[in-house]
Design a protein around this ligand. Structure first.
Ligand code: PRP
Ligand code: ADE
Length: 238
């Protein structure tokens, strides 16, 4: 780990601790992290940065658990298993905090492009792309004006309705690695279409990630399509 990566990790750990501190006393934070309250106080106030080992433990172990808790507190699931996640996908600062934790905890390799489907996946994809310093692309259900060449992916749903996603052809180059993300995965049909687009582009899948899995079907379906990591931060009953 070079010096810049070490500094970035230390700062991410401070972000996670600040998020946890918002709803806790230092004694409660000590109980949660196993780190002394006095040290935590110095980290949260920015006087001292945690060492690399402590920073990694905070980001990878605590960060993932804390983020999942925060996520679950922000979503509402109705009686039929449909999720209102507006308080997640509309909150870019929260997603900006989520991005490094997701990148570190799930073991995705740094991609060339983060790909999602319009609309609700876009803010998450933008956070991850910004964190990795890579491009962000999103497929849409209609063709954007003035774009001449598209990659198309079409699927007939159980209902008989066909959906097509279109991505400007120039968004992904052959041989690039693509991290496919979305806010939510349920049937996995959307992810499957995105994986079709990656395949048509001649690109490689770096991983598939959703903040929320509504049931296990979608994750299972995506896992059947790639050997790369396919995972979600939290699963709700569908
Ligand atoms: O796993 P699946 O069954 O395909 O469902 C997941 C997809 O459904 C939602 O998008 P939606 O199609 O509602 O469009 P939106 O983002 O514009 O709301 C969500 O953002 C995912 O893209
Ligand atoms: N908000 C949502 N909750 C659960 N399943 C979905 N499929 C598409 N949108 C969904």
């Amino acid at each position: 780990m070079n010096r810049a990566e070490k500094a970035a990790l230390q700062l991410r750990a401070v972000d996670v601790l600040c998020m946890l501190k918002e709803t806790r006393t230092y004694d409660e934070l000590e109980a949660k992290t196993g780190l002394p309250a006095g040290d935590l106080n110095r980290y949260v106030n920015g006087h001292v940065l945690p060492g690399t080992d402590r920073a990694r433990a905070v980001v990878e172990d605590l960060g993932k658990e804390a983020l999942a808790e925060e996520l679950e507190a922000r979503i509402r699931v109705d009686g039929e298993g449909y999720v209102d996640n507006s308080d997640v996908v509309f909150d870019q600062p929260f997603l900006n905090l989520a991005a490094p934790v997701v990148a570190d905890s799930f073991g995705f390799d740094r991609p060339d492009v983060v790909l999602t489907a319009a609309t609700d996946g876009i803010t998450l994809a933008a956070s991850l792309a910004s964190y990795y310093g890579t491009r962000c692309a999103y497929a849409k259900k209609r063709k954007e004006t003035a774009v001449e060449e598209f990659i198309e992916a079409r699927e007939r749903l159980d209902s008989g309705i066909e959906i097509t996603y279109y991505l400007p052809e120039s968004s992904i180059n052959e041989g690039e690695s693509v991290l496919v993300v979305d806010d939510l995965i349920r049937s996995g049909e959307t992810q499957e279409l995105l994986l079709d687009i990656v395949e048509t582009a001649g690109a490689d899948v770096a991983g598939v990630f959703a903040l929320i899995a509504a049931g296990d079907d979608g994750i299972g379906r995506a896992r059947g399509r790639t050997d790369s990591v396919v995972d979600a931060l939290t699963t709700v009953q569908a």
